[in-house]
Design a protein around this ligand. Structure first.
Ligand code: HEM
Ligand code: HEM
Length: 228
């Protein structure tokens, strides 16, 4: 039976996030004028992560965090080779933890970015509003720790997807593109993915973008007034 697992909002979220993170790694390393785009893409990632946290509560069935098999017994059974197909139509137990880790690492990296100071030309919008110690900590984390955590998790993610696709012959990548998986079990719940749900996702995404824009605007406004 063909079942909708990943609703359109989750898929758009995923591919937009992948492109944004790729752009962030490139612009972060190029530096100079590219930092203007680095900061814009960073705000984009903040928006996407905020959206995904909300969508993890009200999104399609398989995108909800309560459907992630995060419990220790599920993880142990999975690691020991036990397969519970119903649990794995969405993210499998290790994949679920990887998703949580990536969302947290990206959130931390982007929030630190808001307070970074490169001591030449670029600083985050909140840099002049927090203490010097906080700026130092955020800059150290952003450049020396968080970037490796994000890159490490992404590399692990890509290796895991490649392993499942090639060695286990699971069609995970097409499913993240068109949303469907072939499952056995007539009682399997589908993720609702109709016009109403997509409109809800769009409204939530716009609210998240507005919140991020408000924080950036607030920071810039007060930074300018601090310089008179
Ligand atoms: C910087 C790049 C990337 C990041 C940060 C990233 C992040 C993520 C995240 C957060 C999820 C969870 C989706 C959700 O439930 O909302 C996910 C799932 C997934 N990603 Fe990526 N991704 C990246 C690149 C890619 C690429 C290049 C591919 C394919 C070639 C890919 C294939 C997948 C697949 C197949 C899933 C679903 C896995 C499953 O069925 O459990 N990702 N990714
Ligand atoms: C998840 C989102 C983000 C990722 C993955 C990311 C990644 C990176 C990377 C890889 C670098 C290069 C570090 C190095 O020079 O070794 C960098 C530098 C930098 N990032 Fe981000 N960044 C993100 C978000 C942000 C945000 C939101 C801002 C500010 C609004 C920001 C501001 C900066 C600045 C100013 C630098 C230059 C620091 C320096 O050279 O001293 N970043 N970032």
């Amino acid at each position: 039976m063909l079942l909708r697992i990943w609703d359109l909002p989750t898929r758009v979220f995923h591919w937009a996030l992948a492109l944004a993170v790729l752009g962030l790694v490139i612009t972060g390393n190029v530096g100079g004028d590219a930092m203007v785009w680095h900061m814009r893409l960073g705000y984009g990632v903040l928006t996407l992560v905020a959206f995904r946290l909300l969508w993890g509560v009200v999104g399609g069935y398989w995108s909800r965090f309560v459907q992630f098999p995060l419990g220790l017994p599920s993880v142990l059974r999975y690691v020991q080779g036990g397969r519970e197909p119903r649990l794995h139509w969405g993210h499998n137990p290790l994949g679920s933890w990887a998703v949580v880790a990536m969302l947290l690492a990206l959130a931390l990296q982007a929030v630190a970015g808001l307070m970074v100071d490169d001591e030449i030309a670029y600083a985050g919008p909140l840099t002049s509003l927090v203490s010097g110690d906080t700026v130092q900590l955020a800059t150290w984390y952003h450049k020396q720790v968080g970037k490796f955590v994000v890159l490490g998790l992404v590399v692990l993610h890509l290796l895991a997807v490649a392993f499942h696709s090639v060695a286990l012959r699971e069609r995970l990548v097409p499913a993240m593109w068109h949303g469907n998986k072939v499952v056995d079990g007539a009682d399997a719940p589908a993720s609702q993915d109709n016009g109403r749900r997509r409109t809800l996702a769009l409204v939530l995404a716009v609210v998240c973008a507005a919140l991020v824009a408000a924080v950036v605007w607030y920071g810039q406004r007060h930074a300018f007034s601090a310089f008179g």
